[in-house]
Design a protein around this ligand. Structure first.
Ligand code: ADP
Ligand code: MG
Length: 431
C-alpha cells in the first residue's frame, strides 16, 4: 500500500483514482521476489500492466531495496481461490484463463481445422488424437484453444496441468536442485490432461527433452490426453530429438493460419462484448484492417481506446481511434528494418526479396523495388545513401529519383495510393 501511495504523487490524480486505487495487494501470496496485485477487471488490469507495472517495480526498488516481479491478476482469480479452496488445491498446477473458452473463440477458415480438432479432443479425452499438436504464428489463438479444452476438462473434475516449456524446465531444475525428482515425476504423471505450450523452446535443451520424453511416454501409455502447441510444425523445430518429433506427429498435427478480415471483425466484436466496449462498425472495420494478424494486439487496442475515452471524457469515434492507434503503429515502426520491409513487399507482390535487391530490370521487379524503397524511406530513419547501398543503386540520386516517381504516382493514381496505404498498414501492424 505504501508503494501505491507513493505512486499517487507521481501520476495524474484522475488516473490514480480510476485505476491504481482499485488495486488490491496480496500480502499472503506475495514473496520477496514477487509482488502480487489484483485488479477488478481486465481493462484496469491491462492499463496498469502496460503503463505502470514498470513504475511500480521501480518504486519497490527505490523505497524497499527489493527487486520484485510485479504480477497483476484479475480479481475473480482471487475470489475463486477463496470460495473454492478444495478445488483450487486440486488444480494447483493449472492456471487456466477462464475466459479462454470455445464460445469465446471465433472460428473462420484460418482456424477451423485446429478448432475442430481441439473441440473433438475435448469431447473424448485420450481417445481420438493423442497427442494433439497445434502450431501457428504469434497471437493466433493457440494458447486460447488449448486452454478452452483445458477448461472443459477441468469443469469435469479432471486434473489438468497447463504449463509452458519454460515453466516445466524451471520446475524441473528446482526439483533437481532440491533432490525431489520423485515429486516432480509424480506431479506430472498423476494428472489426467497435460497441456504444454510453446514446445519450440525444447529446442537444443537435451536434459529437459529427456525428462519430457519420459513424462510423455508415461502419460500416453495410460491414455492420458496430451495437447501441445508450438510456433512451427514438429518437423521444423531444429534441435528436437527424433523420437520426440515422431511422437509429436503421431496423433494429429493441426495448424492455425492468420485470420481473414471477417474473422478479425468477429473477434473484435466478441472482445468488445466481453469487455463491455461499444464501437461502431466503421471503427471495428478500421481496427481489423490495421491489425494484420496478431490478435493479441486487438485487446491492447481496445483497452487503450476505452481507457483514453474515459480519461478524456470523449466518445470513441473514428478520428479518435486513428489517433490512438497512431501511437501503437509508431511503436511498431521503431522495430522495422530494411529487411522486414523488403520481405513484406516481396511477399505481397509474389517475388523473392533477393530479386528486389538485384539489378533485374523487368517491369514488375522495378515496380516492386520502387515501392520497397519508398516504404523503407517512409518507415525507417535510413538516409538516401544508406538506401542506395542496400538496394544496390549507384548513389543517393537514384534513390531520390525513385522517390519522386512514386510520389507522382501516389498523387495521380488513387488505386496506387490505396495499395501503398495497405502495404504500410500491413507492415506496421505485423512487426
Ligand atoms: P498464441 O498462443 O497463438 O500466441 P493466444 O492464444 O495467446 O495466441 O491469443 C492471443 C489473444 O488473441 C488472446 O487474447 C485470445 O483470446 C485472442 N484470440 C486469438 N484468436 C482468437 C479467436 N479466433 N477468437 C477469439 N479470440 C482470439
Ligand atoms: Mg501462446
Amino acid at each position: 500500500q505504501k508503494i501505491l501511495l507513493l505512486l499517487k504523487d507521481e501520476i495524474p490524480e484522475i488516473e490514480y483514482n480510476r485505476y491504481i486505487k482499485h488495486l488490491i495487494y496480496d500480502v499472503k501470496k506475495s514473496t520477496s521476489d514477487t509482488a502480487i496485485f489484483y485488479a477488478p477487471n481486465s481493462l484496469v488490469l491491462n492499463w496498469i500492466k502496460n503503463k505502470y507495472s514498470a513504475k511500480i517495480r521501480h518504486l519497490f526498488e527505490v523505497h524497499d531495496s527489493s527487486n520484485v516481479n510485479v504480477k497483476i491478476l484479475l480479481k475473480n482469480q482471487l475470489e475463486s481461490k477463496k470460495s473454492e479452496p478444495k478445488k483450487e488445491q486440486k488444480h494447483q498446477h493449472s492456471l487456466l484463463n477462464p475466459s479462454h473458452t470455445f464460445e469465446n473463440f471465433m472460428v473462420g477458415g484460418s482456424n477451423q481445422f485446429a478448432y475442430a480438432a481441439v473441440k473433438s479432443v475435448s469431447e473424448k479425452a485420450g481417445v481420438l488424437y493423442n497427442p494433439l499438436f497445434i502450431h501457428g504464428g504469434v497471437g493466433l489463438g493457440k494458447t486460447h484453444l488449448m486452454q478452452a479444452a483445458g477448461n472443459v476438462f477441468q469443469n469435469q473434475g479432471k486434473i489438468v496441468i497447463y504449463t509452458t516449456v519454460e515453466q516445466f524446465l524451471n520446475d524441473f531444475i528446482r526439483h533437481v536442485r532440491n533432490k525431489t525428482m520423485e515429486r516432480f515425476q509424480e506431479k506430472y504423471r498423476k494428472c489426467d490432461v497435460l497441456l504444454i505450450d510453446d514446445i519450440q523452446f525444447l529446442s537444443n535443451k537435451e536434459g529437459i527433452q529427456e525428462e519430457f520424453f519420459h513424462t510423455f511416454e508415461a502419460l500416453k501409455g495410460v491414455g492420458k490426453q496430451i495437447i501441445l502447441t508450438a510456433d512451427k510444425h514438429p518437423k521444423k523445430i531444429a534441435g528436437l530429438e527424433k523420437r520426440l518429433q515422431s511422437r509429436f506427429e503421431h496423433g494429429l498435427v493441426a495448424d492455425i493460419q492468420p485470420p481473414e478480415l471477417e474473422t478479425k471483425i468477429a473477434i473484435i466484436e466478441n472482445k468488445c462484448k466481453i469487455n463491455k466496449v461499444v464501437l461502431s462498425k466503421d471503427i471495428i472495420n478500421y481496427i481489423a484492417t490495421v491489425i494484420e494478424s496478431n490478435v493479441r494486439e486487438i485487446e491492447g487496442i481496445l483497452s487503450k481506446l476505452h481507457a483514453y475515452s474515459q480519461l478524456m471524457h470523449v466518445d470513441i469515434d473514428l478520428p479518435f481511434t486513428k489517433n490512438v492507434l497512431k501511437d501503437q503503429l509508431q511503436e511498431n515502426r521503431a522495430n522495422l528494418t530494411l529487411d522486414i520491409i523488403t520481405q513484406s513487399v516481396a511477399k505481397d507482390l509474389n517475388i523473392k526479396p533477393s530479386e528486389i535487391r538485384s539489378k533485374g530490370r523487368s517491369k514488375n521487379l522495378v515496380y516492386a523495388r520502387r515501392i520497397a524503397i519508398y516504404l523503407c524511406r517512409d518507415l525507417t530513419q535510413n538516409t538516401m545513401p544508406q538506401l542506395a547501398q542496400y538496394f544496390g543503386m549507384k548513389d543517393h540520386t537514384a534513390i531520390s529519383h525513385t522517390l519522386k516517381k512514386i510520389n507522382e504516382l501516389i498523387q495521380n493514381d488513387e488505386d496506387f495510393k490505396v495499395k501503398i496505404e495497405e502495404l504500410t498498414n500491413k507492415i506496421t501492424s505485423s512487426s
